[in-house]
Design a protein around this ligand. Structure first.
Ligand SMILES: Cc1cc2nc3c(=O)[nH]c(=O)nc-3n(C[C@H](O)[C@H](O)[C@H](O)COP(=O)(O)OP(=O)(O)OC[C@H]3O[C@@H](n4cnc5c(N)ncnc54)[C@H](O)[C@@H]3O)c2cc1C
Ligand SMILES: NC(=O)C1=CN([C@@H]2O[C@H](COP(=O)(O)OP(=O)(O)OC[C@H]3O[C@@H](n4cnc5c(N)ncnc54)[C@H](O)[C@@H]3O)[C@@H](O)[C@H]2O)C=CC1
Ligand SMILES: O=c1[nH]c(=O)c2[nH]c(=O)[nH]c2[nH]1
Length: 385
């Protein structure tokens, strides 16, 4: 059996690895000529790590992962600690440590495991047809390829999605801008083994450790969509947004490298439950585009890959049938994560200022159990529980 996968992001490559492991021939097509991940790092929560372990990457992901032992919220303006606690109970309950990892390193790990020689770069999908027995992908340069199955892992702006759904989807602006990057750990800003988040005014400054003595940092600021952005002025923009905030936040702004700091407007897509059509299936952000507010978008892509391989391996009534079973297994779970992230986004970013003030108050009375329960409620229900 042969599969064509469109997109060499974390969804497409993990799906490629998963299908290879069940004996499929796989070819990945990627539109860009050089892969440069958007964003500096991601947190791979326990459910995502379990999927990578299942794909044979246990040692590799552990080597890339930061040691995130504790978690703390700090009042961004006063610098006062609102809550601080060990994440050990979460690790014990989940059965696996979570790993914040640098994106370029995660991408490279997946590419090496899948095999660069089986990825065609500079191949943009422009059309496809399914004749009921095979599916053919057509690329912008006039080339084509035919297989038993095609997976659209082509991200938030998927071209496979309208084929599967029968209509275009609208991306919904979530109301905030996220700046992110990597800096060397500086313990005068935050402890090396802690996920530290400064909150106030509906804004957020957060740092998580990744391997190599670095923090993944992100700044969230509620802003209108479509503002002009000047990368060279990133530091000044952040200084203005966080004027009056505590010293560690100012020191972090001093440390960032504007040329290597990403600025991302955050969107999601209303969940939908049709992920397959005939021999074509969606996977990753093409199927469920979420805000990053619970750190689950990439983890859900890994879950999709494992679920898809299990469906294809264990069902013998044909590909269409196996894809429908994959769809049934995944859409409700993924929709729950998208909507949970949206709810957290609204509270974190002060869409309703009273709800955000109540959350800040809750954080001041938190012993960690409620937050860990909240994080675990996203981890649990995954394909490998
Ligand atoms: C600020 C931010 C922070 C995040 N933090 C986290 C986190 O902490 N934890 C987490 O789990 N997730 C996180 N996410 C989500 C995560 O980044 C995504 O869910 C993940 O990258 C999706 O992977 P994907 O492979 O589905 O899509 P993508 O990574 O977008 O890959 C799609 C690929 O398809 C290619 N492509 C597109 N169209 C075509 C075409 N026509 N032909 C050929 N190729 C094509 C693209 O070039 C791209 O390489 C975050 C997202 C953002 C924006
Ligand atoms: N959980 C659900 O499926 C639904 C919840 N609600 C309502 O939403 C409210 C909150 O729901 P809960 O699930 O109990 O709490 P929650 O999970 O949304 O939040 C509890 C605490 O955990 C923190 N938290 C949650 N996920 C996190 C993450 N990934 N990273 C960092 N911190 C995280 C939050 O900041 C908060 O302090 C409740 O009033 C509930 O009734 C409504 C519909 C469904
Ligand atoms: O940009 C992010 N925002 C979050 O709220 C979050 N949570 C998480 O685990 N990772 C990330 N990344």
């Amino acid at each position: 059996m042969k599969a064509i996968i469109i997109g060499a992001g974390m969804g497409g490559l993990s799906a490629g690895i998963a299908l290879r492991r069940i004996g499929w021939e796989v070819r990945v097509y990627e539109k860009v000529r050089e892969i440069r991940p958007v964003g500096a790092a991601i947190s791979v929560w326990s459910n995502g790590v379990k999927c990578l372990n299942y794909l044979g990457l246990e040692r590799q992901v552990a080597a890339l992962g930061g040691m995130m032992e504790d978690m703390a919220y700090i009042d961004g303006l006063s610098g006062e600690t609102m809550c601080q606690f060990s994440l050990d109970p979460l690790v014990k309950q989940a059965g696996q440590r979570p790993y914040p990892v640098a994106r370029a390193e995660l991408q490279d790990m997946l590419m090496v495991e899948f095999g660069r020689e089986d990825v065609t770069l500079g191949a943009k999908l422009v059309g496809l047809e399914d004749d009921g027995t095979t599916v053919t992908a057509h690329f912008e340069d006039g080339s084509s390829d035919t297989a038993d199955l095609l997976i659209g892992a082509d991200g938030a702006h998927s071209v496979v999605r309208p084929y599967v759904l029968g209509h275009e989807s609208t991306r919904r602006y979530a109301g905030y801008v996220n700046w992110n990057g990597l800096v060397a750990i500086d313990e005068s800003i935050a402890p090396a083994r802690q996920w530290t988040t400064f909150v106030g005014e509906g804004k957020r400054v957060s740092m998580m450790p990744v391997a190599g003595g670095r923090f993944y940092f992100f700044f969230d600021v509620p802003l209108p969509e479509g503002l002009a952005a000047d990368r060279a002025a990133t530091r000044e923009t952040l200084r203005a947004a966080f004027a009056g905030w505590a010293d560690p936040v100012q020191r972090l702004i001093d440390l960032i490298e504007p040329e290597r700091t990403n600025r991302v407007e955050i969107f999601d897509i209303e969940p939908f439950h049709t992920w397959t059509r005939g021999r074509v299936a969606l996977l990753g952000d093409a199927a469920h585009n979420t805000t990053p507010d619970i750190g689950q978008g990439g983890c859900a892509a890994f879950e999709d890959s494992v679920a898809l391989a299990i469906a294809l391996q264990t069902n013998t009534l044909g590909i269409e049938d196996a894809l429908k079973r994959y769809e049934k297994k995944r859409t409700t779970r993924a929709a729950g994560l998208v909507l949970k992230a949206r709810r957290r986004c609204e509270v974190t970013h002060a869409l309703d200022p009273a709800a955000t003030a109540a959350w800040y108050d809750e954080l001041r009375h938190e012993d960690g159990s409620r937050i860990m329960h909240g994080i675990l409620s996203s981890i649990e229900g995954n394909v490998l529980d």
